[in-house]
Every structure is written in structure tokens, then in C-alpha cells.
Design a protein around this ligand. Structure first.
Ligand code: FCB
Length: 465
């Protein structure tokens, strides 16, 4: 990176982003829409397996209140929105297409357009129709054919709207959490199934990538259609113990990185994957990305723990001294975002969008500084020549946080799930993010106003170098 240049910019009164930088927020269908009851997640929730005992239920009723939500976004000057489409809504039973659901998605997209909000659309964000789940989900080769039919319908219906397409959200998460560790539906615990699922998702991604490009030649702005994956990139580091323990941590670190994102990245870069049984170069998979979608939340410090046999003797939940944790117990570590951006740019040499970054913080005590510190790292990356083109904050609104239910609050907008009216209450962070969007960057005054504790880090420390 050009240190001198970066130093000058950090010393200035503000960090101004390049023109056209996209500022937005993100959600996923099942987490906000409500009433997604023909899905495998809903079936799993009804077994009482969500940690806080809640179920997605009506979620925040985005399905009916989207107009109000888009108006709220616009009132904060938000210019882009990442949302998902729910397969089980459109095709609740095999071959039975719900015309009303299609009409509703059209209304949602058109409302976003009216509010001048650009659309980033995710096709698969972990949730399947229950009829697909009953047929063996991704383990059944027929699922890929069903996905292809569904995707054709989605692309032909809605292809005119998205500025960005995400084929799959964090593919390694359903594979690891649902098939290796048994934490998500379908709660399998098997290395063999984990490998089969990743292989199927790689094929699904390649198929979606090709279909979108074939059927949507141009983006709404007249430019080329942009398709990618939103990948989870945790910053993984060794805890730093001494002796044998430290050695073990150092050996496990690259392995965990490989399983978390490296193996997938390698497969789409090269078109083949020994680990996932794709021998030879799969031409559909090779080079199947126009941009890199980066979901970044935290650092994981891997510490040897002899009692954690089921986790290969690794405890990843420790909080090093001086690091603050979120309501999820995740380490806040903005420098890790910069490191990941460098790594991703080196590997892929494609434009990057931060497709998720955010914090569970019910009191909104830590969020303002979290946003400012992470945005400052994005700026630092841009200054270093890394083409980051946009930032989507997770989440626009409090939502159903999978296994954790409604207890974890990620929203810029607060919603009390137990309140019948589901009143939308903007948190101070919503004001801050709106100011960042309107200014296309952050200023010293903003930091002073919302998180003075971050002033030194963002504007000061570089002075002392
Ligand atoms: C990501 C998921 C998203 C949300 C955030 C907090 O891993 O993609 O749906 O749950 O974490």
C-alpha cells in the first residue's frame, strides 16, 4: 500500500470515497419477510430448536411493510439494498408457482426503483422449499435441475431489476453448520455429506452464473451484468499460546482458513477441486465471478483446548485482552477487514463489494464506532489501490437471526419482535450511516458526534507514525 498517501488522507478532515461508491444495507428474505412457512427453516423452527425459543413467524413483516421500509431507507439517503428471493414462496409445492408471490416481488422491486434504491439480489440464502428438503436437499442430484427451473423463472421475471446478483450467500456456512456440525437444518454431522454439499453448491453457483449471464445481457445502468458470491471471510489467527499448544494453533490456522473460504475460492478460480471431488477443469465453474462479495464480521483466534475433541481441540470463542466482543460474542477487529481485502484482491483481481458487515448490539452502544472503524478500513484499502466499489451494512432492520432467533439485534432500525405493531425505531447508527451515505464518506465531525472514542484510531494514530 502507498503508506504516505494513506497517511495524508487519514490526517485530513474526512475520508471521502470515490464518486459512485455504493452505500447500502442488506437483509435476506427469510429473516425479514415473515410467513415463509413452506420452507425447511420454518419446519426446523417449529421443532423448538431456535436458541431463544422464537420462530421466524411474521419476522418484521417486510412482506407487507416493504413500502414503509423503503421510504425509511430513502429518508436516510440510503441508495442501495441487498435482499433475497425465497424459493419456497414462489414454488411452495413442486411445480406449483404462486402468482401472487411473483406479483408481490415485482411490487417490492418497483417500490425500490421509485425510491431510487439500487438492488442487489441474492438467489439462495440458505433456505430451501420443504419439498426439496424432503427429497434430500442438495444431496439429491435432482435439486440442481429444480434450481435451474426456478432460476430461469426468477431471471426472466425479475432480471431487469438487479444491479448486482449474488448467486449464493456464504456457501460454506450451510455446508459446515448444516452438514458437518449439525447446528442448522438438516442437522447432519458427516464429513462425507459436507463434501457432497459443497460440490453441489459449486455446481449450483456455476449454473446460476451462466444462466444469469445468458438471460440478462445488461445491467439496469447499461453496463455489464455483474454476478458473484457473497463469501464469509472471518479473519482467522492463532491465539498465540506457547510450546506445543502454540504450534498446534499455528498448524490449524491455515487449515481453518482453507475450510472456511480457501477451498471454495480455489475451486471457482481454477474450475477444479480435489477436496470436493471436481477433478479436471469444470469450464462452467472456472472464472465464474465478476466481483467478490465479502461478508466480514469478526476475528477468530484459535486456541488449543484439550476438552474440545469434537472441534479438533480448538476453541475459537476466546476474547484476547483489549478486544471488545459483540452480543454474539464476536471479536470486533476492523483491521481484519483490511487484511481480508488485501488477500482477496491479490487472489481474484476483481472489483470487491462488502456485501455484509455489521454487529449484534441491542443498545447501539458499540455500533457507531464499529461502523466508523470498518468504513475507515475500507477507505484505507481503496487508498492502497484495492477496487472496493460498495459497502452494504448488515442489517437494515432487526431480523430473525437463524439459530439465535430474535434475541440478537443487528439492525440500524430497531424492532421489538414482541410488540404487535412492529414499530420501526431508527437507532442513532441509522442517522450516522445516513450521514456517511449523504457525504460519500466520513468526517471528523461525525466521528466526534457518534463515537469520539474512535477519533484517535481513525484520524490520530497515523499522525504519530
Ligand atoms: C451472515 C449471514 C446473515 C446474517 C449475518 C449476521 O453470516 O449471511 O444472514 O445472519 O451473518
Amino acid at each position: 500500500m502507498n503508506r504516505q498517501q494513506s497517511k495524508e488522507n487519514f490526517q485530513g478532515e474526512g475520508l471521502r470515497f470515490p464518486d459512485g461508491f455504493v452505500w447500502g444495507t442488506a437483509t435476506a428474505g427469510h429473516q425479514v419477510e415473515g410467513g415463509n412457512i413452506a420452507s425447511d427453516w420454518w419446519a426446523w423452527e417449529t421443532l423448538g430448536l431456535v436458541e431463544d425459543g422464537t420462530k421466524s413467524g411474521r419476522a418484521v413483516d417486510y412482506w407487507n411493510r416493504f413500502e414503509e421500509d423503503h421510504a425509511l431507507m430513502a429518508s436516510f439517503g440510503l441508495k442501495a439494498f441487498r435482499l433475497g428471493i425465497e424459493w419456497s414462496r414462489i414454488e411452495p409445492e413442486r411445480g406449483k408457482i404462486d402468482k401472487d408471490a411473483i406479483a408481490r416481488y415485482h411490487e417490492i422491486f418497483q417500490s425500490l426503483r421509485r425510491h431510487n434504491i439500487k438492488i442487489c439480489l441474492t438467489i439462495y440464502h440458505w433456505v430451501l422449499p420443504v419439498w426439496i428438503a424432503k427429497q434430500g436437499d442438495w444431496l439429491n442430484p435432482a435439486t440442481l435441475c429444480h434450481l435451474e427451473d426456478f432460476a430461469k423463472l426468477v431471471i426472466d421475471e425479475f432480471g431487469e431489476y438487479p444491479d448486482l446478483w449474488i448467486t449464493i450467500n456464504e456457501p460454506m456456512v450451510p455446508a459446515v453448520a448444516g452438514n458437518l456440525l449439525g447446528l442448522f437444518p438438516p442437522q447432519r454431522r458427516s464429513l462425507r455429506h459436507y463434501r457432497s454439499i459443497v460440490k453441489a453448491l459449486l455446481k449450483a453457483h456455476a449454473c446460476l452464473y451462466e444462466l444469469i449471464h445468458k438471460r440478462v445481457p445488461l445491467a439496469p445502468d447499461g453496463g455489464s451484468t455483474k454476478v458473484g458470491v457473497a463469501q464469509a471471510y472471518p479473519c482467522v489467527e492463532p491465539w498465540g499460546s506457547g510450546g506445543f499448544r502454540g504450534l498446534y494453533e499455528k498448524v490449524m490456522t491455515p487449515l481453518v482458513r482453507y475450510l472456511a473460504y480457501g477451498a471454495w475460492d480455489r475451486a471457482i478460480l481454477s474450475g477444479c477441486s480435489g477436496l470436493f471431488g471436481i477433478g479436471g477443469k469444470n469450464r462452467q465453474l472456472y472464472d465464474s465471478y465478476d466481483f467478490c462479495g465479502v461478508n466480514y464480521y469478526f476475528r477468530m483466534s484459535l486456541r488449543f483446548d484439550g476438552s474440545k475433541r469434537e472441534q479438533f481441540y480448538i476453541d475459537e470463542s476466546g476474547m484476547p485482552d483489549g478486544i471488545i466482543g459483540t452480543d454474539m460474542g464476536w471479536q470486533i477487529y476492523p483491521e481484519g477487514l483490511y487484511g481480508m481485502l488485501e488477500h482477496i484482491w491479490r487472489r481474484f483481481k476483481r472489483p470487491i463489494y462488502i456485501t455484509e458487515n455489521g454487529i449484534a448490539d441491542s443498545g447501539d452502544d458499540l455500533r457507531p464506532a464499529y461502523i466508523l472503524r470498518h468504513v475507515a478500513q475500507v477507505y484505507r484499502a481503496i487508498e492502497a489501490g484495492i477496487p472496493v466499489k460498495g459497502y452494504y451494512h448488515w442489517s437494515f432492520i432487526d431480523n430473525f437471526e437463524w439459530r439465535e432467533g430474535f434475541a440478537k439485534k443487528f439492525g440500524l432500525i430497531e424492532v421489538d419482535h414482541a410488540d404487535d405493531t412492529l414499530l420501526r425505531k431508527p437507532r442513532p447508527s441509522a442517522e450516522l450511516f445516513g450521514e456517511i451515505t449523504k457525504n460519500n464518506g466520513l468526517t471528523r465531525d461525525m466521528v466526534q458526534k457518534y463515537a469520539p472514542e474512535a477519533l484517535e484510531e481513525i484520524f490520530g494514530t497515523m499522525n504519530d507514525e
